[in-house]
Design a protein around this ligand. Structure first.
Ligand code: PXG
Length: 461
């Protein structure tokens, strides 16, 4: 098959895809029956085109990652230059390379001062897996081998490896894989819309934080190694915690000597309007995982930042850490990520997110009057609309998630890519989106909500 050919028949491509390609997170039987695979062919800024010639507004930045937008020649050129100079070499065996050195230094300069050490991986899953290994090693070295439990939130997504699925709190993923592995525990997530009841969001933030403290006390602080959370939970449905939540988590982790892990895979590199979500919420993390926005998805790369306190201890007492990947510190992915950070910085894109945030919020909030929208929330350039069958009681449609899929299909048909997380419709557009395009996104979302309402009107109270 000629990859460069412009004369591709979409139906033939779909048939080949069905014959040979297993997709992630996909019901293949259903996909095959529907024959509805979208084959994306090219993209520019916030726009995608498919093999059927349709144009779509990508309000999800791919999968929460293409923050600088599509079609960046500088990133292609950075890869091209690096591939000619040194496409690959490993960073084991006392070797390093210029892009890995430059990128580690750059990431450290963007993080709070206490982070000076960066470990490279190829994905968010590998970043969190690395943290699990590192924390276990750390506590063994500190002479407290029993202090190994990890606490995370329900519905959290931290990756798709055995360990990171265990770390995450997604029940269907647990059920399918006989997980979680021992030592991973899950507590209430700070999702006021579903669990806040009559409490104010601030009261509920304290209650959700207390669930972490209760779990630490139940397990015994001497057995709890770490707590992990995203500043804003992305795949769980853009859960923006009440302002009371993170300060209390900081206090709890300090009080019980529990390491605080901040998963910045979605929030990192500008999404919340600061370089990191931990800056936005004042999260006093010890370890940080990142991926996605680090290279704007142009090449697969992730990283772990380790605070001086942990890094210095490992440095002093750790000896060799038997962990790493063929592609840790890959010169080409590091060169592209480095160029991506240059673009973010020189074009002032993180400031742009902060500047656009009030407009984005105002426009999105116009959807709150819709009969099936129970709440609209956003921060920076990440937002969500909760679908409900009863705006007063915030009740969910039954079964949960079915209406979200109906809505997502209407979005696609209208040329808008919006993700449904159960019945939460979420957006996280590239940072280069304009105000006019935000208007267009919101207008298409309203049309999709109208069509969804038409389909489910009989279920709405
Ligand atoms: N942490 C967070 C917070 C993530 O969102 C990962 C870790 C794992 O990253 P990798 O690079 O291993 O995929 C993620 C990934 C979705 C969706 O449907 C989200 C992710 C992955 C797949 C689907 O929203 N996030």
């Amino acid at each position: 098959m000629d990859l460069q050919s412009t004369n591709r028949n979409p139906d033939e491509l779909r048939a080949l895809d069905h014959a040979h390609h297993l997709h992630p997170f996909t019901n293949h039987k259903l996909l095959h029956q529907e024959g509805s695979t979208r084959i994306i062919t090219h993209a520019d800024r916030i726009w995608l085109w498919d093999a059927d010639g349709r144009r779509m507004l990508d309000a999800m930045s791919g999968l929460w990652c293409v923050n600088v937008g599509y079609g960046r020649k500088e990133l292609a050129e950075a890869a091209y230059r690096q591939m000619l100079e040194l496409p690959y070499y490993n960073t084991f065996f006392k070797t390093s390379n210029v892009p890995a050195i430059a990128l580690a230094a750059k990431i450290a300069s963007l993080l709070p001062e206490r982070f000076n050490k960066i470990f490279f991986v190829s994905s968010g899953s590998e970043a969190n897996d690395t943290i699990i290994r590192l924390v276990r090693h750390y506590n063994n070295l500190r002479g407290r081998p029993q202090k190994k439990a990890f606490i995370a939130r329900r519905n959290a997504y931290h990756g798709s490896t055995l360990a990171t699925v265990s770390l995450g709190g997604m029940e269907p993923m647990h059920k399918q894989g006989d997980l979680p592995l021992p030592g991973f525990h899950h507590v209430l997530h700070p999702h006021w819309f579903d669990f806040g009841g009559e409490l104010t969001p601030d009261e509920f933030g304290l209650k959700a934080a207390k669930a972490v403290e209760d779990k630490i006390l139940e397990l015994g602080p001497e057995n709890v190694a770490a707590f992990i959370g995203e500043p804003i939970q992305g795949a769980a449905g853009v859960i923006i915690p009440p302002q009371t939540y993170w300060p209390e988590i900081n206090r709890i982790c300090k009080q019980y000597d529990v390491l605080l892990i901040c998963d910045e895979v979605v929030c990192g590199f500008g999404r919340t309007g600061e370089w990191f979500g931990l800056d936005t919420f004042g999260i006093e993390a010890d370890l940080v995982s990142m991926a996605k926005g680090l290279s704007s998805g142009y090449l697969p790369i992730g990283a772990v930042a380790v605070s001086d306190e942990v890094a210095d201890f490992l440095h002093e007492h750790g000896g060799e850490f038997f962990h790493g990947y063929t592609y840790s510190g890959h010169p080409t992915t590091c060169a592209v990520a480095h160029e991506n950070l240059r673009i973010l910085e020189e074009e002032g894109l993180v400031d742009r997110v902060r500047r656009l945030a009030p407009y984005f919020h105002d426009r999105l909030t116009t959807l709150a009057d819709h009969p099936i929208v129970g709440e609209v929330r956003s921060m920076g350039l990440i937002g969500a609309c909760e679908l409900t069958c009863n705006k007063k009681t915030r009740a969910r449609f039954n079964p949960l998630g079915a209406v979200g899929l109906v809505c997502r299909d209407h979005c696609f048909d209208l040329g808008l890519i919006m993700r449904s997380c159960a019945d939460t419709m979420v957006v996280a557009p590239p940072f280069v989106i304009t105000e006019q395009e935000i208007d267009e996104m919101v207008s298409l979302a309203r049309q999709a909500f109208d069509l969804t309402y038409r389909d489910v009107k009989h279920l709405v109270e």
